[in-house]
Structures are given as C-alpha cells and as structure tokens.
Design a protein around this ligand. Structure first.
Ligand SMILES: Cc1cc2nc3c(=O)[nH]c(=O)nc-3n(C[C@H](O)[C@H](O)[C@H](O)COP(=O)(O)OP(=O)(O)OC[C@H]3O[C@@H](n4cnc5c(N)ncnc54)[C@H](O)[C@@H]3O)c2cc1C
Length: 434
C-alpha cells in the first residue's frame, strides 16, 4: 500500500472521520487544525471534533432518515459514530453524547494513530497536486475562505445561509393547492401554490408577529440583508407587507375557477425529482416547533411533513453542484471537500461526508475505478443532492425526500420501499480498502 501523505484540513467532525478512515487504510495523513491558536467565533476549546451547539446526533429509529443514516454509517465502519456510541448519554430515541468525552475520545484516537500526524496550524493555502481533504466547516477561517474564493470564484462561496423550510411533496394537500407558474411562464410543475383567504392570512401574519425566534449568536448580529429578511420580520413591518411581497397573488389565479386568492404561499421545487418543495420567501429564525405550528395554518400545509426547517445563520459553504464533481472534488486539482463546507448540513452528515471523501481520495490514489456509493444508500442519496445541478442550492440534511423512489407508490409504501432498497443495495457493500 502507498505511504503517500494526504493532507486533511480541519479537525472537526468531517476531517477527523476522514483522517481516521484513511489511516486505517494504511495511508499517512497530516491533519491540520488551527485551534486553539486561532479560534472560530463558536468553538470554545482546542479539542478535535468539538460539537459547537447541541450534543445530539438526532434520532436512532430505523424508520427515520436520521436513524437509518447512523445505522448505515455504523454498518460500514464509521469511526466517529462508534466513538459517539461509546460516550452516549440517555436521550430517549436519540444518540446524544457527553461532548467533552466525545472530543477526548476522538483526540485520543487521532493522536495515538501512528499513521496520523496532528499539526496545530491554520492553513491558508493549498497545493493543487497534494491530495487534500478540505473540511474546515461552516466557520472556515477568513484567510482560507478568501484564498478559496480566489480559486473557485467569489459567487461560489457563501458566508450566510438563508433557508426556507422544505416539505415533502407527498404531504401537501392538493385539494387546497394547485400547480401554476406566475403569469403562466416556465414549467407549470416548478411551483405549487397554496392560497389563503383573508381570515387565514391574518391569522398567519398574527402568529408570525407573536412567535418565538432563535437568538442569533453575537457574531451573527449584523448579518441580515434587507433583500432577504426573515418572514417574521416582514410580518412585523405591517399586516399587508407579505400580501404585497412574497405572498402576492397576482398572476396566480386558480386554474379551474379563475378566482384570485387573497394571498398565496408559493412552493418551489427543491430537487429534480420534485419530491421536495421549499416555501418561497419563508427564510426564518423561528424555532422549529413554531415553524411547524405556523406554516400548518395554511390549508394546503395542514399535514405537511418538514424535510428541513428554515434557518438563517453564519455558514460558509460552496455551491457544490456548480463547482464540484460527483466525487466532491474540484476538477483539475487533487482537492476533495467534506463536511458542512459542501452544503451537507448536520453532525451526522459531516461525519458521513468525511468518510465519503476518504473513499474518493483512496480510489484516486490507488486508481480504483469501480467503487461508488449506491444511489439507494443514505450517503449516496445525500452526495447526489450535493452534486446534481441545482440553481437554488442551499445546505440540506439527509431526509427521505432525497432518495430515489417510484412516484406511483402510496406515501406509506414509499418509506418502506426506500428502507428495503437501501438494505439490498448495501448488502455486499465494502469500503474500497477492505
Ligand atoms: C453555530 C453553529 C451551530 C451548529 N449547531 C448544530 C447542531 O446543533 N446540530 C447539528 O447537527 N449541526 C449543527 N451545526 C452545523 C454543522 O453540522 C456543524 O457545524 C458540524 O460541526 C460541521 O462539521 P465540519 O466537520 O464540517 O466542521 P467543524 O466541526 O466546524 O470542523 C471544522 C474544523 O476546521 C477548523 N478550521 C477552520 N479553518 C481552518 C484552517 N484554515 N486551518 C485549519 N483548521 C481550520 C475549525 O477550527 C474546526 O475545528 C452548527 C453550525 C454552526 C455554525
């Protein structure tokens, strides 16, 4: 086996997983972590794999996308999830950890591994001919961010996400919704329209103005743009701000009755398969349970299931679909990306893309051509979302809407189909070095 060195930049969740995986495959790794010398605005320690906010890797149930994802990662040998299990604490159906213990376990595994050299240093530039995994996360240091921006283009690196909630198409009540593009322009199925009568509209606006929002972090205080305000902020500016703004009904008359609704919430397709739709203009800082309560006031969304909730926070991420290839690599270089920087949102997703990047680097170094993650697998579905063309790309966590499934099946059958095809696809799966 080659003893060539791979550089991994960032000792967070994705970088630590990638380093441990490559080391177990016999590859020498240099892992660069800038903390504690250079801190991010959210990390509090110099420890590797520090969880900056919640201590939960979310649910374990195999009937949920999050549970299935962790099960898959453990099955294929994720190093960090195994360590997470070792320091788990009771949290109902979720995998929650003692965050200090978790970071210690990861740090011990890395520092005691003879194939890994841990370098406490901020990297500010990279050599395109050295195999490198860039996993510097949502708070990538400004120096490296600016350097990256030069390489991939200013418009391809975002510093703030402004995410509208996303719902499963199957959960939309079409007796209160219709497909239509404003003024009949473009493909009709690009937009689903959810009309509101006057009474419901005012209930909705009233609920928004009174709702609880998430406290922004001190480093996020000044980062709101006038052109992209949270929906609750627009509602507070006046009772008609939304009906003349993102919820204006003009050009959206009902296709059969010809009636003009009082206001319309438009949903735009989130993926090519149109299994997910996002709520246009509904970027928000509302707490998650409040988002559900308020958006379900809209008749078409009464039973909506949320594939992801809205958010607005500081987050450095690449426009992966337009910049990276299907290996999450930057064409013309030996750089591969992992973690939140790719737009994979969440702790489990960060670990998973670290593992994915390790396999892609290994294949490239050893000239393996016949390895890929099945598209029916959780990691296959997520990485497909990250790399398929998507003009509206925003970070996403794994959810059932990302999996391939036949449209003809009923909603309950689709989940069963996803779970069983995933299991079949992963039956004989092996990591490339096994
Ligand atoms: C404030 C905040 C709260 C979040 N809360 C949650 C949550 O509760 N649950 C959840 O699932 N997800 C959460 N996320 C989203 C995301 O899943 C996590 O941030 C996750 O840790 C991302 O993993 P990562 O490996 O990509 O990045 P990180 O875990 O952040 O690791 C990146 C590492 O790179 C280092 N680094 C940065 N620049 C350089 C450089 N130039 N040279 C060397 N090292 C560098 C950093 O110090 C850091 O250790 C949150 C994100 C943020 C910003």
């Amino acid at each position: 086996m080659s003893t060539a060195t791979v550089q991994v930049i960032g000792g967070g969740l994705a970088g630590s997983e990638a380093a441990l995986q490559l080391a177990s495959a016999g590859i020498n790794v240099q892992l660069f972590e800038m903390r504690p010398d250079v801190m991010t605005p959210a990390h509090k320690t110099g420890g590797l794999a520090e969880l900056v906010c919640s201590n939960s890797f979310k649910g374990n149930a195999l009937t949920s996308a999050h549970g299935l994802f962790k099960h898959e990662l453990l099955e294929v040998g994720s190093k960090l999830l195994k360590l997470a299990q070792k320091c788990s604490i009771r949290a109902g159906e979720s995998l929650a950890v003692d965050r200090v213990k978790f970071s210690e376990l990861v740090e011990n595994a890395i520092s005691s591994n003879p194939n890994i050299q841990l370098v406490r240093e901020e990297k500010s530039n990279l050599d395109s001919q050295t195999y490198t995994i860039i996993a510097t996360g949502p708070l990538t240091s400004p120096t490296l961010s600016h350097w990256l921006m030069d390489k991939i283009g200013k418009k391809s690196l975002a510093f703030f996400d402004s995410i509208s909630p996303v719902v499963d198409t199957d959960s939309i009540d079409f007796s209160h919704a219709y497909y239509k593009n404003r003024w009949e322009k473009g493909d009709t199925e690009d937009f689903i329209n959810c009309p509101l009568d006057e009474h419901t509209y005012h209930l909705f606006v009233d609920a928004l103005t009174k709702a609880d929002t998430i406290e922004e972090k001190p480093f996020e205080k000044k980062e709101l743009f006038e052109g992209c305000l949270p929906i609750e902020e627009l509602a507070r500016r006046g009772p008609q701000t939304l009906s003349f703004g993102p919820m204006r009904p003009v050009g959206l008359m009902h296709p059969t009755t010809g009636e003009k609704p009082y206001a319309v919430l438009q949903l735009r397709a989130e993926n090519r398969e149109k299994t997910l739709y996002n709520l246009v203009g509904c970027q928000t800082r509302l707490k998650q349970h409040t988002q559900k309560e308020i958006f379900q006031l809209i008749p078409a969304l009464r039973n909506a299931t949320f594939a992801r909730y809205g958010a607005m926070h500081r987050n450095t991420f690449i426009d992966s679909p337009s910049v990276l290839d299907n290996k999450l690599g930057l064409p013309g270089t030996r750089w591969f990306f992992a973690g939140q920087l790719t737009g994979a949102e969440g702790y489990t997703e960060a670990v998973a893309t670290g593992l994915f990047a390790a396999t892609m680097v290994y294949n490239d170094m050893t000239n393996i051509k016949d390895f890929s993650w099945p598209s029916e697998s959780c990691l296959g579905a997520l990485t497909k979302f990250l790399t398929l063309p998507n003009e509206q790309f925003q970070p996403m966590n794994l959810n059932f809407g990302l999996f391939p499934r036949p449209e003809k099946l009923k909603k309950s059958q689709k989940k069963e189909f996803i779970i069983s095809t995933r299991q079949n696809a992963m039956k004989d799966f092996r990591l490339p070095w096994e």
